[in-house]
Design a protein around this ligand. Structure first.
Ligand code: IMP
Length: 217
């Protein structure tokens, strides 16, 4: 065994091997989304970030509940490590908060669901006038520490749903969502412009100081 492997800090614990090496702590991230991976790498440079599949049934009724399910699933697979999971979605006021936690599977399509989800959303809002098409994205992030502590942070971005899709960037409902203070949809913004105001960007910026503090413990 390399001395590196014996160092407790690699597991988020105090170093007991007296090796003098300060290895990076592992942070498992419950996603295979390359954009999320890149964003987390930028805000948590003192961690070795490893993507992990959180194949759980997202059965909770809240974004925080689903993020907790994902984080606990992965924490059970990698005891002694830090784990970060998020869950997000779109809530439309005129639809009583739908699609909400069902955002990914709103139209019931599993493979490449975005086009079907957007079409259903437009159909359900067909009779809703411009001033009643308000909506917001929410992102819940849960960070689990090796000792079982869980930190929850959320981010929100408000806006409205357009009458037709515009833009080729982003993913999911981006072509229909116009954030407050702009006339363009999320899909017409650059990644940097979207990150600066998005629900996920906001949640990430709240998680960043926590990771910083944990990484320097
Ligand atoms: P996830 O849980 O973060 O993977 O997001 C669940 C679903 O919410 C996605 O499949 C999208 O349909 C929707 N969603 C979440 N965040 C965004 C976003 O930033 N833009 C567009 N759609 C999003």
């Amino acid at each position: 065994m390399k001395i590196w492997d014996k160092c407790g800090r690699s597991q988020g614990l105090p170093c007991t091997s007296d090796c003098g090496i300060i290895p990076m702590m592992k942070l498992y991230l419950a996603t295979h989304n390359q954009n999320k991976l890149r964003e987390i790498r930028q805000i948590a440079p003192s961690f070795e970030i490893i993507a992990e599949d959180a194949a759980v049934d997202e059965a909770a009724r809240t974004f925080v509940g689903n993020a907790r399910l994902k984080v606990r699933h992965i924490a059970a697979m990698h005891p002694g490590s830090y784990v970060l999971a998020d869950d997000s979605g779109l809530e439309v006021d005129a639809l009583g908060g739908a699609p909400g936690v069902r955002s990914a599977r709103y139209a019931g399509v599993v493979d490449d669901p975005a086009a079907a989800n957007n079409a259903l959303l437009l159909k359900n809002l067909a009779d809703v006038p411009a001033d009643q098409r308000t909506a917001h994205f929410t992102c819940a992030m849960v960070l689990a520490a090796p000792d079982g502590r869980e930190f929850v942070r959320t981010g929100r971005c408000s806006g409205h749903i357009a009458f037709e899709p515009s833009g080729g960037g982003g993913f999911g409902y981006d072509p229909l969502f116009v954030p407050d203070g702009d006339e363009r949809t999320f899909a017409e913004l650059s990644p940097a412009e979207k990150n600066a105001i998005s629900h996920r960007g906001k949640a990430l910026r709240k998680i960043a100081p926590l990771l910083d503090a944990e990484g320097n413990m």
